[in-house]
Design a protein around this ligand. Structure first.
Ligand code: SME
Length: 316
């Protein structure tokens, strides 16, 4: 499983070197993003008239490093309040930007931006946009600092060490726990065909292992969702199709991850304590028969790692 992200962080030589140190980043290349001409060359971009930003294209394994962690690192490598200038490099080509190809990334990016903003006295100048276009830069720009260790870089060497020495332990530990839960559930459910019994033990094991706030199922009964086996406080019993996070996941026929429930229009607050949520459809013979809903008392508890494992868990 791999995801990708495009980050403009000023001069791309140092930025690429920085990001490639992070555990879980599986691929990097430098190039030009979100500009207005076809096949730009470095010289053209250097004139600062093409609209392109020097950008690092990253691929990463979300079971090793979360988008949130990558963005935390990103903010360490830039001055997010500086418009069109990083270090001594000036121009729109050195602007900062987070460009995404998966619209599901946007709530996480917005969350990271909102977390970062109060740390600075000035407004953030980082643009957040879908990726419109990207052209890899000429070969000699790729892995520039590996090939030119004394080359120019606006980033301090200590930052590269920092990226190398700090892994996303929260994600690594979470992935390890899920792998174990997955195995335990395989054993527990061997030979059992009763859906309610299986749901009950799945909810119990997940809830015990991760100490979530609320872990349970809503079953599709007629044209609504009806409360099923769960662990945690008393909850709403009926949820209409398309309503709340649960009803939306059913309607959209896909997993929904909500880093901040207050930012989800129509979220149903069974409990005011719930602050982030994931809802995973449970399918049998191609149709949705239930949703697995997990709530947390903390913001941004769930990400692609949870999604990956929970989708596997409900499919078994
Ligand atoms: N918050 C959910 C409702 C279910 S409770 O979280 C248990 C929703 O918006 O669908």
């Amino acid at each position: 499983m791999e995801k990708e992200l495009y980050l403009a962080a000023g001069c791309f030589w140092g930025a690429e070197h920085f990001f490639k140190q992070i555990q879980g980043v599986t691929f990097t290349e430098v190039g030009f993003a979100n500009g207005n001409t076809d096949n730009p060359t470095y010289e053209q971009v250097y004139t600062d008239t093409t609209g392109y930003a020097e950008t690092v294209h990253l691929r990463y394994n979300p079971l090793q490093v979360s988008l949130g962690f990558l963005l935390e690192m990103y903010f360490k490598a830039i001055d997010p309040t500086s418009l069109n200038q990083q270090g001594e490099d000036r121009g729109t080509r050195y602007r900062t930007g987070i460009y995404y190809t998966d619209p599901d990334d946007l709530p996480f990016i917005n969350f990271s931006m909102a977390q970062e903003a109060p740390r600075h006295g000035l407004p953030l100048q980082v643009e957040v946009q879908p990726l419109r276009n990207f052209y890899p830069a000429e070969e000699y720009h790729q892995d520039y600092l590996d090939n030119n260790p004394t080359g120019y870089c606006h980033l301090p060497v200590a930052l590269f060490d920092y990226a190398r020495n700090n892994s996303d332990t929260a994600t690594l530990q979470k992935a390890e726990k899920y792998a174990l839960v997955f195995k335990q559930l395989q054993t527990l459910s061997e030979g059992e065909t009763d859906t309610i019994a299986l749901m009950a033990n799945t909810a119990a094991l997940l809830h015990e292992t991760f100490r979530f706030w609320w872990t349970g199922y809503y079953r599709v009964v007629g044209d609504e969702l009806l409360l099923g086996p769960f662990q945690g406080p008393v909850a709403c019993m009926h949820i209409p199709f398309g309503r709340g996070v649960c009803g939306s996941a059913w309607k959209k026929n896909r997993t929904l991850v909500v880093p901040d429930v207050e930012q989800f229009p129509g979220h149903i607050a069974c409990s005011a304590a719930s602050r982030s949520e994931i809802v995973v459809p449970v399918r049998r013979n191609g149709s949705i028969v239930a949703v697995l809903d997990i709530d947390s008392q903390n913001l941004s508890t769930f990400d692609y790692c949870d999604r990956h494992w929970l989708e596997r868990i409900v499919a078994q």
